[in-house]
Design a protein around this ligand. Structure first.
Ligand SMILES: NC(=O)c1ccc[n+]([C@@H]2O[C@H](COP(=O)([O-])OP(=O)(O)OC[C@H]3O[C@@H](n4cnc5c(N)ncnc54)[C@H](OP(=O)(O)O)[C@@H]3O)[C@@H](O)[C@H]2O)c1
Length: 347
């Protein structure tokens, strides 16, 4: 099938609501509550240079309160992970594009859970928004105990190739590149919070990556686009684990559960085959289990073997290098010795 003509992502035409009234913490002062959640949303279309406008809404953690950022926590799996963590007293950093859903979750946390929350809106189809999200979190927090790279899309209903604002294939950017950049930006907070954890929510649907056609210009299919982005997330976790060895920051990837009852599945008209609560528990385990290690790939609860390409250090290294170039992030250093080339543990 010939590649579709390049065209912008439809998501870029959506209004991007932000909250100019929410304040950030003044230097040196930490407070439990920031501006109350205003129920009337102020929305405007995202202009170029949106970045400076991304601000958190909600509370900030108490000193020493465990703090976890979950991308894509306005719905589906991410929302369930955030709910559970908040019920356990954790401060959760909620992220998504949909302000109504973010606000509802924040209100639920305030009303019913022991923890606290704060939300940020950023569309991962824009690397500028990812970058400024990272900068906003760096401004508001001094440490992180966990980062769950969960936000994702699967454009299951269509074989149209869609590009991000940055001209990258949309699955590759939203599912992988955005998390690559955000992780890079937030590493100082994760190092400060060590022992801390990075969890990349991948999938058992994996497809080998053609490094010479990362954006699938030559041959596009939604399975290749989604599966390639998910394998890239796994390689990213493997590389992070190597690079962060000895720092107290660990990185793992997982397939959370198959065909869960989330929007991604329901909107594609698929019949769910598992509960989002199974996926939630699998993610929570990677955040909580003291014996989980680093550099692993898990099929729900079990250590598993990812697609063979993930174990090729040359491919991983090239992927990290090109990701750094595409995002403007610092490159994840390539492994320097043979002992650093093989992630652990795998079946
Ligand atoms: N569902 C499954 O069976 C399954 C199986 C294996 C792996 N997974 C993985 O699990 C993760 C969560 O999936 P899910 O099933 O929970 O999906 P979901 O219900 O569709 O939720 C996706 C989340 O990602 C956010 N998101 C989507 N596009 C975004 C963008 N351009 N910028 C920023 N945020 C964006 C959404 O925010 P908005 O509210 O703003 O839309 C939402 O919070 C994904 O990485 C997926 O690949 C799912």
């Amino acid at each position: 099938m010939p590649p579709s003509p390049l065209r912008p992502s439809s998501s870029l035409r959506r209004p991007f609501p932000q909250r100019p009234f929410s304040r950030t913490r003044p230097p040196g002062r930490r407070r439990r509550r920031s501006a109350p959640v205003l129920l009337l949303g102020l929305a405007w279309t995202v202009p170029a240079g949106i970045g400076a406008q991304i601000q958190g809404v909600g509370d900030l953690p108490e000193p020493g309160q465990r703090t976890v950022l979950i991308t894509g926590s306005t719905g589906g799996l991410g929302r369930e992970v955030a709910r559970s963590l908040a019920a356990d007293g954790v401060h959760v950093i909620i992220h998504g594009r949909n302000e109504e859903r973010a606000r509802e979750l924040l209100e639920e946390i305030r009303a019913t859970h022991a923890g606290s929350g704060r939300y940020y809106l950023a569309d991962f189809a824009s690397l500028e928004q990812v970058r400024v999200l990272g900068e906003a979190v760096l401004r508001d927090y001094d440490r992180l105990d966990g980062l769950v790279n969960n936000a994702g899309i699967a454009r299951l209903g269509t074989q149209d190739r869609v590009l991000s604002e940055n001209g990258h294939e949309l699955h590759f950017q939203v599912n992988y590149l955005a998390g690559y950049l955000l992780t890079d930006l937030l590493l100082p907070l994760l190092r400060e919070g060590a022992p801390s954890r990075i969890v990349n929510v991948a999938s058992r649907t994996q497809a080998p990556i053609d490094l010479d056609d990362l954006m699938l210009e030559a041959a596009y299919s939604v399975r290749q686009a989604y599966g390639g982005s998910k394998l890239a997330q796994i390689m990213h976790a493997f590389e992070l684990a190597e690079v962060l060895r000895g720092t107290g920051v660990t990185a793992n990837a997982l397939h959370p559960s198959g065909v869960m009852d989330t929007d991604m599945i329901l909107e594609a008209g698929l019949q769910p085959q598992s509960s989002v609560l199974t996926g939630r528990n699998a993610v929570l385990r990677l955040l909580d289990d003291p014996d989980i290690g680093s550099g692993g790939y898990f099929h729900v609860f079990e250590p598993a073997r990812a697609h063979e390409q993930a174990y090729d250090p040359e491919v991983r290294s090239r992927l990290m290098a090109v990701s750094a170039t595409l995002t403007g992030a610092a490159p994840v250093p390539s492994p320097a010795s043979p002992s650093r080339t093989r992630p652990t543990p795998s079946r």
